[in-house]
Design a protein around this ligand. Structure first.
Ligand SMILES: [Zn+2]
Length: 63
């Protein structure tokens, strides 16, 4: 799926990638997630979330 072509179902506007903070394993991370510029709804697919979690776990293991 192309993240650039995700639309908000409420506003029907294209989501834009914005830096979003999330916390995982007591660590804070900044990731670019597709977010609606109108209502602020963040779109995270299960696939994307898994990919981000894998990235985070790998970065933690490097430390
Ligand atoms: Zn919206």
């Amino acid at each position: 799926m192309n993240e650039d072509e995700v639309y908000c179902v409420k506003c029907n506007v294209r989501l834009v990638a914005l830096k979003t903070t999330f916390t995982y394993l007591k660590h804070e991370f900044y990731v670019d997630l597709p977010r609606c510029p109108s209502c602020g709804q963040v779109y995270v697919s299960e696939e994307l979330a898994k990919g981000k979690m894998t990235e985070v776990e790998m970065s933690l293991e490097d430390k």
